[in-house]
Ligand binder design. Structure first.
Ligand code: NAD
Length: 285
């Protein structure tokens, strides 16, 4: 039976460290600020934005919420981003995705100053991640690395399989595992022999967006299984991409949904915002 990795516990630890450093900055007269922008009233986005604001409170940051109406134009949002880029109180800018269809998400991401891009979605930061010289790591993959490290399992030389190739999760995840010398295979919707590839994974990361997609027979005995999926079922409950009951019989470590990757994403956002404030103020430790 697998040990369940508690994202709640690991995220509390990360937030605790961020809080300590934020307090030390406050003593130097430096306050950390995160601007959170939400456009429209997507209920899932509202939940995420509220959690991010709450996390800011927990770690002692100022949060500035900008709630814009559904019919906001791209230019209006670009204008706000420009204001925030120039706002001294704002260290990080978080524009909650998805955006309404009249707004090109890439245009917004490209407009955020790379120094305040705490999601690490700007092409400049994506490129930095590729060459391993980054200030910010994308929050979900960075949180997953913390979860894997919390197990004490060595990544170097291991067979790592990532299911999903999105810009937000799959691609950067594969890059972070590669930086740590994992032998990485990225699977996607066109992959053949997915089951066989997964059966060989010492570390298996599922970011597909399909409930119970990874079944027990796809999991190698003793594997570390990370479930990124957040799928809302008809009964309102959340379900991951991994069939937990089946996979936990074979894995050595496994993350639950909820309470696994989700809380880590927010903790890493706090960490990135702190990093942005430290860089701006030339503080190294
Ligand atoms: P996405 O839809 O952008 O990407 C899904 C990926 O799955 C694609 O690359 C696709 O090729 C692959 N895929 C689809 N069907 C497949 C199949 N049959 N076989 C193999 N691969 C297949 O999704 P995303 O943004 O990467 O998110 C993935 C999941 O993770 C979603 O459930 C999302 O809600 C969740 N998520 C969670 C967090 C968190 O903080 N926990 C953060 C981001 C995303």
């Amino acid at each position: 039976m697998a040990t369940v990795i508690s994202g709640k516990e690991v995220s509390q630890k990360v937030k605790g460290e961020v809080r300590e450093k934020a307090l030390a900055l406050k003593e130097k007269g430096i306050e950390v600020g995160l601007a959170v922008v939400i456009v429209g009233d997507n209920p899932a986005s509202r939940v995420y934005v509220n959690s991010k604001k709450k996390a800011c409170e927990e770690v002692g940051f100022n949060s500035y919420e900008y709630a814009l109406p559904e019919e906001t134009t791209q230019q209006e949002l670009l204008d706000l981003v420009e204001v925030l880029n120039n706002d001294e109180k704002v260290n990080g800018i978080l524009v909650q995705l998805p955006l309404p269809k009249q707004i090109d998400e890439n245009a917004i991401i490209n407009a955020i100053s790379p120094d305040k891009d705490v999601d690490a979605f700007h092409p400049f930061n994506v490129g930095k991640i590729m060459i391993g010289e980054y200030a910010f790591l994308p929050c979900t993959p960075a949180g997953i690395m913390e979860l894997i490290d919390s197990t004490g399992v060595e990544i170097a030389g291991k067979s790592c399989v990532v299911i999903g190739r999105s810009n937000i999760v799959g691609k950067p995840m594969s890059m972070l595992l590669l930086h740590r010398s994992g032998t990485v295979t990225v699977c996607h919707s066109k992959t053949k022999n997915l089951k066989e590839i997964c059966q060989n994974a010492d570390i298996l990361v599922a970011a597909v967006g399909r409930p119970n997609f990874v079944t027990g027979d796809m999991v190698k005995e003793g594997a570390v299984v990370i479930d990124v999926g957040i799928n809302r079922m008809e009964d309102g409950k959340l379900c991951g991409d991994v069939n937990f009951a089946e996979a936990e019989k074979k894995a050595s470590y496994i993350t639950p949904v909820p309470g696994g990757v989700g809380p880590m994403t927010i903790a890493m956002l706090m960490k990135n915002t702190l990093t942005a404030a430290m860089i701006k103020n030339n503080i190294t430790e």
